[in-house]
Design a protein around this ligand. Structure first.
Ligand SMILES: CC(C)(COP(=O)(O)OP(=O)(O)OC[C@H]1O[C@@H](n2cnc3c(N)ncnc32)[C@H](O)[C@@H]1OP(=O)(O)O)[C@@H](O)C(=O)NCCC(=O)NCCS
Length: 184
């Protein structure tokens, strides 16, 4: 058994989290949260070291609609005041590859903020962004072993549509409701 004390829970949030374009306001919590995420997942820390070196440029490169995965894509950060909780990416279109695995939306919540319902609410906010883009149905996929993500998708109305490779596929019908997208 480890002698390490359990990590302290983060302080209560000052305000309700919302999707925002990447912002320098959350520099410290972004770097700390993403570092914890990289350590937990075994991802190299190189890009975070670059980010820490010139965070203004790092943020500038991530704002607005950019072509990634071969399609127009928008990166959002889920923030509350100066607290960064996670990232959500909206891909505005699907390529044949994304139509199998990847889908319209990808997301993660950084470790200090997990298991508090943030991913479930963040995906709901991401679906509003998809409505604002005029999408009627959204494809979300997750690793077949990723039970937390499966629950996030199901809680947002995901309807299973088989498996591609090791990823389970879900469609979310956005219906005809209009967007309640928040200003940024
Ligand atoms: C998957 C992930 C986004 C979930 O974030 P989160 O903020 O903890 O999710 P929520 O708090 O909204 O929890 C959603 C559900 O999963 C459950 N859950 C969350 N973490 C869990 C865990 N480690 N073990 C079991 N259940 C878990 C919650 O209890 C909740 O269940 P409920 O709806 O039945 O109450 C987060 O763990 C993460 O970023 N993981 C790494 C990246 C990733 O997997 N991204 C998704 C790619 S498709």
């Amino acid at each position: 058994m480890s002698d390490q004390p359990a990590p302290l829970p983060p302080a209560p949030l000052a305000e309700t989290p919302r999707l925002s374009w990447p912002t320098t306001l959350v520099r410290d919590s972004y770097l700390a949260g993403e570092r914890a995420d990289a350590l937990a997942s075994g991802t190299p820390l190189d890009s975070l070291e670059q980010a820490a070196g010139d965070f203004d440029a790092y943020v500038r490169e991530r704002r607005g609609v950019r072509t990634r995965w071969g399609v127009p894509s928008t990166v959002f950060w889920y923030v509350a005041g100066r607290d960064y909780l996670g990232t959500l990416v909206v891909r505005h279109q699907l390529t044949p590859e994304l139509a199998q695995v990847g889908g319209h939306i990808g997301y993660h919540v950084v470790p200090p903020w997990r298991r508090q319902g943030h991913a479930t609410r963040m995906l709901a906010a991401g679906l509003n962004e998809c409505r604002a883009l005029g999408l009627g149905q959204v494809l979300v996929t997750c690793d077949a072993d990723n039970e937390p993500s499966r629950r996030v998708i199901l809680a947002n109305g995901g309807v299973p549509d088989g498996r591609a490779g090791h990823e389970d596929r879900f469609w979310i019908d956005l219906g005809s409701t209009t967007s309640t997208r928040q200003p940024r």
